[in-house]
Design a protein around this ligand. Structure first.
Ligand SMILES: *[C@@H]1O[C@H](CO)[C@@H](O)[C@H](O)[C@H]1NC(C)=O
Ligand SMILES: *[C@@H]1O[C@H](CO)[C@@H](O)[C@H](O)[C@H]1NC(C)=O
Length: 183
């Protein structure tokens, strides 16, 4: 038998095994996927607590008598604009919709549970889910991206967040995000 025909037989055997697997259950089909892409996103997050039209509002807090230097227990809901540059009037690329809360008693450690919902170009309608610790007082911190939708369906990755500007009096902040996604 020639090497070529042995190869053909081997391939037919393998295909037989594969079709057996795919026919094992009618409701489940498994297909090998291609190469994954790596996407890098750079944008600015505008968290505005002050003024008449804040994009982050306090939705829960501990009892009035409880005093904590880290605001432990406070939960905020956001609909923060994400823009192309640090200028709040620059091109809007999406919005950060979700929650952050103070989860640290000894340190400023936020728990972020947020959808970054993109609206620009090919990314319009796609989201990524950020879930994890944000030690917001550190100049730079890393947050996990646990999944996504649309272009970013099944994405995994990480976000490097860096405070670009912050006002201690109001709590307003502009944060640079550099997100690396594998999807
Ligand atoms: C994004 O998609 C929505 C719904 O399809 C559409 O209404 C909107 O104009 C789009 N936005 C941009 C910036 O393309
Ligand atoms: C963003 O992060 C990636 C990977 O961590 C890095 O290679 C790249 O230089 C960063 N880009 C900017 C603008 O900081």
């Amino acid at each position: 038998m020639s090497k070529r025909s042995m190869l053909v037989i081997l391939m037919l055997c393998l295909m037989g095994v594969m079709s057996e697997i795919s026919m094992a259950e009618k409701w489940a089909v498994s297909v090998k996927t291609g190469e994954q892409s790596v996407t890098n996103l750079n944008f600015f997050f505008h968290d505005k607590l002050s003024g008449n039209n804040p994009s982050a509002i306090r939705v829960a807090q501990p009892i009035q008598s409880y005093q904590s230097p880290t605001f432990f227990g406070v939960i905020m809901m956001t609909d923060d604009p994400l823009t192309e540059t640090s200028d709040p009037n620059s091109k809007l690329v999406g919005r950060a919709q979700g929650l952050y809360g103070s989860a640290g008693q000894q340190e400023t450690a936020l728990l972020m549970a947020m959808s970054f919902c993109f609206t620009d170009g090919a990314y319009n309608g796609s989201t990524i889910s950020i879930l994890g610790k944000n030690p917001a007082m550190n100049p730079t911190r890393e947050l996990p991206v646990v999944s996504g939708t649309g272009v970013f369906r099944m994405a995994r990755g990480y976000a490097i967040a860096h405070t670009h500007w912050a006002d201690a009096a109001t709590g307003d902040a502009i944060v640079a995000y550099n997100v690396t996604l594998f999807h």
